[in-house]
Ligand binder design. Sequence first.
Ligand code: CMC
Length: 429
Amino acid sequence: MGKNTLSITDNRTDKTYEVPITDDTIRAMDLRQIRVHDDDFGMMSYDPAYKNTASTRSKITFIDGAKGILRYRGYPIEQLAANASYLEVAYLVIYGELPTADQLAKWEHDIKHHTLVHENIRPFLDGFRYDAHPMGMLVSTVAALSTFYPDAKNIFDPESVELQTRRLIAKMPTLAAFAYRREQGFRYNYPDNDLCYTGNFLNMMFKMTELKYESNLAIAKALEVLWILHIDHEQNCSTSTMRMVGSSHADPYLATAAAAAALAGPLHGGANEAVLRMLAEIGDVSNIPEYLDSVKRGERKLMGFGHRVYKNYDPRARIIKEYADDLFAVTGSNPMLDIALELEKIALNEDYFAKRKLYPNVDFYSGIIYQALNIPTSMFTVMFAIPRTVGWLTQWRELLQDPEQKIARPRQIYDGEGERDYVPIEARG
Ligand code: CMC
């Protein structure tokens, strides 16, 4: 084994530089010494979309995309999904260790006691148009929380960080359910602290005239598993947004609103909604070959397929698929599931997908489950944002403790015009 360094020869100058390698990585700043003239800026790395740039060291989530492995704090996602409760996993992700029974009881108590939102959120929501998308409502109301909790700007006060963490995890389901009720024109349901985290969410979503809402156990369990799978996924687009905004020392409500906005896009969390729209467009198993042909011609993407990191089956998709069977035993089959299963089978046998290592991702099946839970398509990304809030907050807390982090500020290669003189409007052709 040689030295843990990389030698770089600049053929413009014939000079060789030796830069250290740590964890198979070189520091981009070590390239800066490479220059032709003393007054050159120095070499940068160019990495649009950060395809090969590590922006942080992190102890939270491990992914091996080639092998299809996902672990939170070292624990395989399969074991957590099978054995742990949602709030137990949330505690693990945030604090790094599984809670003791006492720690879990206190954690659950603390979360339950922050589920209410300020009454002024109601008229705020009432201001949206009747057909407002719930994701837009969620992003806006989370940002609005910043105005209710001015203490949240004390981001280096550990007590404040703990309080805002609990508030955000507790209030996201309330805001999400309120957005749904607003969209549906139903009165808002208040939290019921007798219920578990997912049970209470279902209560706020679906309680109508009954005095006490009781959720179906299989449905609450399916939701719990889905949310465990969605808690964190290391430095994806929305999490990097959380860190980017957090790096300017904005408060966690504003940073979470920005992260949720990033999640909304169809290439990220919005994919679960896009999958359902795609399955509806396909309409029937017999139309799949024609649909796939148009994907192969590059006319559209197969939504719910492909991943920047996974070049193998997304382990979350595998787990969801298992729970789907249990759930459909309770809710009855879903015609979309038949189309999805057939679409997956055919796509996995196509050269186009095999060559590009495109496999189903978590969103391929999550939308079908949400649909079986009677959740409208427009709410799917909101459903993703609730558990991902735990991941965003954990990453934000890690960022604040990391002495290497500063305000995030990428570089650019300027490709525009050189200096030129202003031309008066009369003189422009
Ligand atoms: N359907 C058809 N072709 C695809 C797809 C797809 N879903 N995804 C990638 N490709 C092709 C792409 O056109 C390219 O082909 P070529 O080499 O001929 O140009 C090749 O595969 C490599 O793709 P890429 O665009 O370089 O991959 P990426 O890492 O930049 O994009 C992705 C990852 C997730 C944005 C992309 O796969 C995609 O758009 N998938 C559909 C949307 C989706 O399901 N998103 C949810 C991701 S999982 C949940 C989450 O984390 O948010």
